[in-house]
Ligand binder design. Structure first.
Ligand code: S3P
Length: 453
């Protein structure tokens, strides 16, 4: 398998989506959850014994993590589609990598690996593609310096970043200045090799896959709910033991076919096996508030995470106001929610989107641009996004969207073009491979008209 990451040097892949004459229909699965997939490979590499993973996302981002874990001494093998084995040496036993670790487009991989390396007595250098090299890393390197690790990076702490981990990490007590599961996870992972208790206070609850999976591998992690936030405590130096992991479908990936179904009249689709962790389902709550016909069937627990099958039918949508407190539970879903809002009746407002400015692109600006170039009236007011819906009538479309190396901007634009009056083109769909391999094929299987531009 070619594991080379897509980079700005790779030939751009323009794609066009065209409004169809037929509804979307079918029953599908989306790829495995990206957050859980990264963690499964990483935690498997930190544990004693063989971790067996089913349903792993084989997107570029996760393949970068697989390569990094190999470079750090773990045995990582693909046995079949989504079936992976990881053999680790046990906590604290990673080896120094012989070369630079290239994390491609993945902020999650880069930030979590910073946490892992910070409490190993080894030297490593992390880099990434043009998007990742522009993203802030001080949010992890500042607190991790407090455990005794040393970092040297470009201006603003950006990649490439040299890391000198410490053999004697001090456990941190840290209050997150931004609601970020990546920062929380980096600190907890560094705390694995520290003597004593690492404490992370988050003012807003963020996805808790790290806490859940660390427990699954045998660590003691306690969580105290405090208002909208949480205090997470990890007891250092646990024995981490290999454990099987079943990765559910990614709710953030399911978001794209869901919105496509909602905006193409007459459509009805079932998406099986989607992760329903309550810290990830802000989009579903919001869509229900918009009047979307979205129901969950067969709710069950699989591999320790709630999952269910989603049944979605097209229909009229009302404008919605998304409160700031809901942002962490749907932080990656705003570009495609904005597409739904463009078709709704009335004006929608999404509050408090400052974190979108530091995603794979400045997603707040890129989302507004993708709509406005296609005839949708949209404003950014401070950190809020305000979208004036068309009331169900197709927006004009016809625009060429700049994706800025951002998979979610590319997929959102392609979804938009399925419901506009004229086709929508994206300048480069290559980055979709980071999180959603075969996205265009899956959508075509539902009846979507997506072609090379
Ligand atoms: C992720 C956390 C989120 C999200 C990213 C995955 C994770 O980032 O945007 O796609 O797996 O922890 P932040 O925690 O920085 O908001």
């Amino acid at each position: 398998m070619d594991h080379s990451p897509k980079t700005a040097q790779t030939a751009a892949q323009p794609l066009t989506s065209r409004p169809g004459t037929t509804p979307l229909a079918g029953q599908i699965r989306v790829p495995g959850d990206k957050s859980i997939s990264h963690r499964a490979l990483m935690f498997g590499a930190l544990a004693d014994g063989e971790t067996r993973i089913t349903g792993l996302l084989e997107g570029e981002d996760v393949l970068r993590t697989a390569d990094a874990m190999r470079a750090l001494g773990a045995d990582v093998t693909q046995l079949g589609a989504g079936q992976w084995h990881v053999r680790g040496q046990g906590r604290g036993r990673l080896q120094e990598p012989k070369d630079v670790l290239d994390m491609g487009n993945s902020g999650t991989a880069a930030r979590l690996i910073c946490g892992i390396l910070a409490s190993h007595p080894i030297f490593a250098v992390l880099t990434g593609d043009g998007s990742l090299r522009s993203r802030p890393m001080k949010r992890v390197t500042d607190p991790l310096s407090g455990i005794g690790a040393r970092f040297a990076g470009r201006a603003g702490g950006r990649l490439p970043l040299a890391i000198e981990g410490t053999a004697t990490p001090t456990p941190l007590v840290y209050r997150l200045p931004v609601a970020s599961a990546q920062v929380k996870s980096a600190i907890l992972l560094a705390g694995l090799n520290a003597e004593g208790e690492t404490v992370v206070e988050e003012p807003e609850a963020t996805r808790d896959h790290t806490e859940n999976m660390l427990r699954h591998f045998g660590a003691t992690v306690s969580v105290e709910v405090q208002g909208h936030g949480r205090v997470v405590r990890l007891v250092g130096k646990p024995r981490l033991t290999a454990a099987d992991i079943v990765v559910p479908g990614d709710p953030s990936s399911a978001a794209f076919p869901i919105i496509a179904v909602l905006i193409v009249p007459g459509s009805a689709v079932t998406i099986d096996n989607v992760g329903l962790n309550p810290l990830r389902t802000g989009l579903f709550t919001t869509l229900q508030e918009m009047g979307a016909d979205l129901t969950v069937a067969n709710e069950r627990i699989e591999g320790g995470e709630p999952v269910g099958d989603l049944i979605i039918r097209a229909g009229a949508l009302q404008a919605v106001e998304v409160p700031r407190s809901r942002v962490p539970s749907m932080v990656d879903e705003f570009p495609v929610l904005a597409v739904a809002a463009a078709f709704a009746s009335g004006t929608s407002r999404f509050r408090g989107l400052s974190e979108l400015r530091v995603k794979e692109s400045d997603r707040l600006t890129a989302t507004a641009a993708l709509l406005s170039v296609n005839g949708v009236s949209v404003e950014i007011e401070g950190d809020d996004l305000v979208i004036h819906g068309s009331g169900g009538k197709p927006p004009a479309g016809g625009g060429k969207v700049e994706t800025h190396m951002d998979h979610r901007i590319a997929m959102s634009a392609l979804v938009l073009g399925l419901g506009t009056a004229a086709p929508v083109t994206v300048d480069d769909a290559a980055f979709i491979e980071t999180s959603f391999p075969h996205f265009a094929d899956l959508m075509r299987g539902l009846g979507a008209d997506i072609v090379s531009a």
